[in-house]
Ligand binder design. Structure first.
Ligand code: FE2
Ligand code: FE2
Length: 258
């Protein structure tokens, strides 16, 4: 089973870049399923139903998200009704949406789980124990986890904690692709961060000037999605069709001139 996972898609710049690159990647890599992190897809903050459906037209079957999931209220009812988008499973059970979903791939079932880290981040229950809880209910060896976190240590510890249970643990949230993809000893594919799909010359996909001002002044500023040349980051993961263990993980990154 071959999974193509697109890192956090940031705003229109990211969506347009994905639209350009995806047809070529679909042909070259022939993924059985395409997943993406959509938490920044609408204006860099959150995702709307329209944006989600536009991205699905490109072939993305299911979306994970992260801390920006609550930024666009229009998505709340969709989180409840549509199993093709998940929000971090370790957020409050009183908040809308589901934390994992089961997606049919080939003749198998792929569990897609969204979890958020707790180091330098807010309001989440323990992602380690939440994984245990979900894993105990699963009836499939094909388990994909998007671990949305800031700290590299937390992501690595989580990945080794679930090694042999999750098929893949892909980190998101920092928007910077790490060069540490590997298969862990018990068969879990892991990368600390998949990166992002968004503007290259930016502060994690957002305009530089207001972001720099924020650092200079310590005051809040409003920043929009950055434009210009884009980068599309993803990982390609191959799983054994019987055991669900990882056979390979490959980092993809394509830069577009504009
Ligand atoms: Fe993000
Ligand atoms: Fe995030």
């Amino acid at each position: 089973m071959r999974i193509l996972f697109l890192a956090d898609i940031v705003g229109r710049t990211g969506r347009q870049a994905v639209a350009k690159v995806l047809p070529e990647w679909r042909e070259r890599y022939a993924p059985d399923i395409i997943l993406a992190n959509g938490e920044n897809a609408a204006g860099g903050k959150g995702i709307t139903p329209e944006v989600m459906h536009d991205l699905m037209e490109l072939g993305i079957a299911c979306f994970t998200t992260g801390n920006h999931i609550w930024d666009k209220k229009e998505i709340y009812p969709v989180l409840e009704s549509d199993p093709r988008i998940v929000r971090p499973a370790n957020y409050s059970p009183l908040a809308p949406g589901r934390g994992y979903t089961i997606v049919p791939v080939l003749d198998k079932q792929l569990a897609v789980i969204s979890l958020a880290g707790r180091v330098f981040m807010e309001h989440a229950d323990c992602p380690f124990r939440k994984f245990d809880e979900i894993y105990a209910t699963l009836d499939t060896p094909f388990v994909f986890v998007d671990f949305h976190g800031e700290a590299t240590s937390e992501k690595a510890c989580f990945a080794y904690y679930v090694d042999g249970r999750a098929s893949a643990v892909v980190g998101t949230h920092t928007h910077v692709q790490t060069a540490d993809e590997r298969i862990l000893p018990k068969g879990t594919a892991f990368i600390t961060d998949a990166g992002m799909c968004g503007a290259l010359h930016s502060s994690i996909g957002m305009e530089l000037e207001p972001s720099i001002q924020r650092f200079l002044t310590g005051m809040p500023t409003k920043s929009d999605v950055a434009k210009g040349p884009a980068v599309v980051c993803a990982v390609l993961i191959d799983l054994d069709r019987t055991t669900g263990k990882a056979l390979g993980i490959q980092r993809l990154q394509k830069r577009l001139s504009e």
